[in-house]
Design a protein around this ligand. Structure first.
Ligand code: PLP
Length: 429
């Protein structure tokens, strides 16, 4: 009998070791990490340099409380991160996970408007579907029915007006222009922020809006005095082949707040956070003088040291460009699988954030075959390939997909191995 509180009653293999793109369990079985866990292990597993940096930091300075100290490692990291993201003057607020980071972004946007003398602004517009986290505020913001239903009575629904998901049949500008109607309906003077994932993750497998979308969104937000929050927890830190995902198509756009997590410390330690534009920070500091928010472990020096060592790898090994190149290879291979497996309705995504949409080949609908992604993922797992299936219902419509996102350090041969295993799983399932 185990004393572990598992996520569900299915049985979980016990992992004991990992290196590069592979994990081993206690039976010796090896699995290729085709999803970096949940799109986390961006630099691959078993990096001794990251472990050494964490150990050295723990020995020198393991903890300070954010109400008493900054730390040298945090000062260095914030500057390096701002340079990597090309967000000069931005301020880094560190937390431990993506949900906490989105909670922070929502609260910061709210406080920003209160400080400016517009306390009537409290609503945050998000999209359907979307996923911004599991804590109650981040979950309230999420347009993901299946994960929300149980907790709905705990949430104030009118605070989170919804915008439809990106529609690739529209131009990016037309698509983004639909935000105007949502703002008008919500009452623009009551809206604090618009928040979206620049490339959709768990809720709608790697859906990418067209060029121009984010620039137009930013423009509309400015026009209505609303902050633009880009949730790059999953899509950020180079995974999509660019340092700042809101600039995916080369747009000259600077979100007011960029939210990061997952790939930041790439699984070596819990690290997430937000980058706030200088004017947002200055408004709070020039007003009441303090962000009325904080977590005990925010900016934990050991986590930040892990983040710094990971950033050294991302930059030193050119992993942003690698995400583009290996992503193109993987996408081409997935297109070939789609041609051979009619249950693959679509493949999409960018860099190494890719989605395989599954469904009934007879109807071409993904909403009549709930569980297909789970079945393919289960067979892949037996064969030694980890994927990230999603089949939650969104307002009654079932999505059924696999997210693929191996470490950005994956080699061309390992991409081929991944494709071979997925091919077999699609055939068997
Ligand atoms: N935002 C996005 C886009 C995510 O994909 C996730 C997690 O999957 C989160 C936020 C929540 O992050 P965490 O699970 O680290 O709290």
């Amino acid at each position: 009998m185990s004393n572990v509180f598992y996520r569900s009653r299915k049985s979980y293999p016990v992992a004991v070791r990992a290196e590069g793109v592979y994990l081993w369990d206690d039976t010796g079985k090896r699995s290729l990490d085709g999803s970096s866990g949940a799109l986390v292990a961006n630099v691959g597993h078993g990096r001794a340099g990251v472990a050494r940096a964490m150990a050295a930091q723990a020995e020198r300075l393991a903890f300070v409380h954010g109400s008493q100290y900054s730390s040298d490692v945090l000062e260095t990291y914030a500057a390096r991160l701002a340079a990597f993201l090309n967000l000069p003057g931005a301020r880094f607020w560190a937390v431990s996970g993506g949900s906490e980071a989105n909670e922070s972004a929502i609260k910061l946007a709210r406080q920003y408007h209160v400080e400016r003398g517009e306390p009537e602004r409290f609503k945050v517009i998000t999209r359907v579907p979307s996923y911004h986290g599991a804590s109650l505020g981040a979950l309230a913001a999420s347009g993901m029915g299946a994960r929300r239903e149980l907790y709905a009575p705990l949430m104030r629904e009118d605070a989170w007006p919804k915008m439809p998901k990106p529609d690739p049949s529209l131009t990016g500008e037309q698509d983004a222009d639909r935000l105007r109607a949502v703002l008008e309906a919500a009452g623009p003077e009551s809206v604090a922020a618009f928040m979206c994932e620049p490339v959709v993750g768990a809720s709608d497998a790697a859906l990418v809006p067209n060029a121009g979308y984010h620039a137009r969104v930013a423009e509309i937000c400015r026009e209505f005095g609303v902050l633009f929050i880009s949730d790059e927890v999953m899509a950020g830190m180079g995974r999509c082949g660019v340092p700042l995902t809101a600039r995916l198509h080369g747009e000259a756009v600077t979100p007011d707040i960029v939210v990061l997590g997952k790939g930041l410390a790439a699984g070596y330690a819990p690290l997430a956070g937000l980058m706030a534009q200088g004017r947002v920070y200055d408004t709070v500091m020039g007003g009441s003088g303090a962000f009325k928010h904080g977590f005990t472990y925010a900016g934990h020096p050991v986590s930040v040291a892990a983040g710094l060592a990971v950033l050294d790898i991302v930059e030193g090994e050119g992993l942003v460009a690698a995400a583009r190149d290996r992503g193109a290879q993987l996408l081409a291979g997935l297109e070939a699988l789609k041609a051979r497996h009619p249950q693959v309705l679509a493949v999409r995504g960018t860099g190494l954030l890719l989605g395989v949409v599954l469904g009934d080949p007879a109807t071409g609908q993904s909403d009549v075959t709930p569980g297909r992604a789970e079945r393919v993922a289960a067979r892949a797992r037996e064969l030694g390939l980890l994927t990230y299936p999603g089949s939650g219902s969104v307002d009654g419509v079932r999505g059924d997909h696999l997210l693929l996102g191996p470490p950005l350090s994956i080699t061309p041969a390992e991409v081929d191995e991944l494709l071979g295993l997925l091919d077999q799983a699609l055939t068997d399932a």
